[in-house]
Design a protein around this ligand. Structure first.
Ligand code: URA
Length: 196
């Protein structure tokens, strides 16, 4: 993981490196059972080089607690490792350039469960466009970068700061609590593929 973080910190695969203050590789135990995948760093994440440290991060901490999880025990990553200017949506090119890093992180951590935070993460992991209205709160089969397992689809914490009700988000994490309690039943298989 250290080697991977070094690669991410010096990455120039897409134009986002020109505007970043710090890349945000992600953080958490390498043997975490649960991995969260967000969209991309925002303003505060870019300043600190750590994922989910702004307003969405504070809310994420509360939501994790409601699901019976501690931040220190989960691995937190993003689809993009650098902040898009003005927090605009990631482009297809940026996603293509950056996702080898996410694939490698998943291979290293080999989580029992991945939680996709929002439609970008869910779309990337499931390999198809995702309607959050229909899919939030569901557990999906996923095959991504050699990892096969279950992905739980949740609204993004920032959604509650910009419209989607906090209640819906709370319900997603309540469902997650039930899922986390049965983690032992989750089967994961993994084929090694070449990393970035
Ligand atoms: N939103 C994200 O998707 N990721 C972060 O790290 C912060 C905000």
């Amino acid at each position: 993981m250290e080697e991977l973080n070094r690669l991410i910190k010096s990455c120039t695969r897409c134009d986002l490196h020109k505007w970043r203050t710090n890349p945000v590789p992600g953080e958490g135990p390498e043997d975490a059972e649960v991995m969260l995948v967000g969209e991309a760093p925002g303003y505060y994440e870019d300043k600190e080089g750590r994922p989910f440290v702004g307003a969405a991060g504070k809310l994420l901490d509360e939501l994790l607690e409601s699901a019976g999880l501690k931040r220190e025990e989960v691995f937190i990553a993003n689809v993009l490792k650098c902040r898009p200017p003005g927090n605009r949506d990631p482009t297809d090119e940026e996603i293509e350039a950056c996702t080898p890093y996410l694939k490698r992180q998943i291979q290293i951590v080999r989580p029992r469960l991945i939680v996709a935070l929002g439609r970008f993460a869910a779309g990337v992991l499931l390999g198809r466009p995702v309607s959050m209205g229909r899919m939030h709160g569901t557990l999906e089969d996923c095959s991504y970068g050699g990892w096969r397992g279950k992905v739980f689809v949740s609204y993004h914490p920032a959604a509650a700061l910009y419209g989607t009700s906090r209640e819906l988000l709370g319900r997603d994490f309540e469902s997650l609590r039930g899922i986390v309690e049965r983690l032992d039943e989750f089967k994961v298989s993994q084929q090694m593929t070449l990393g970035p």
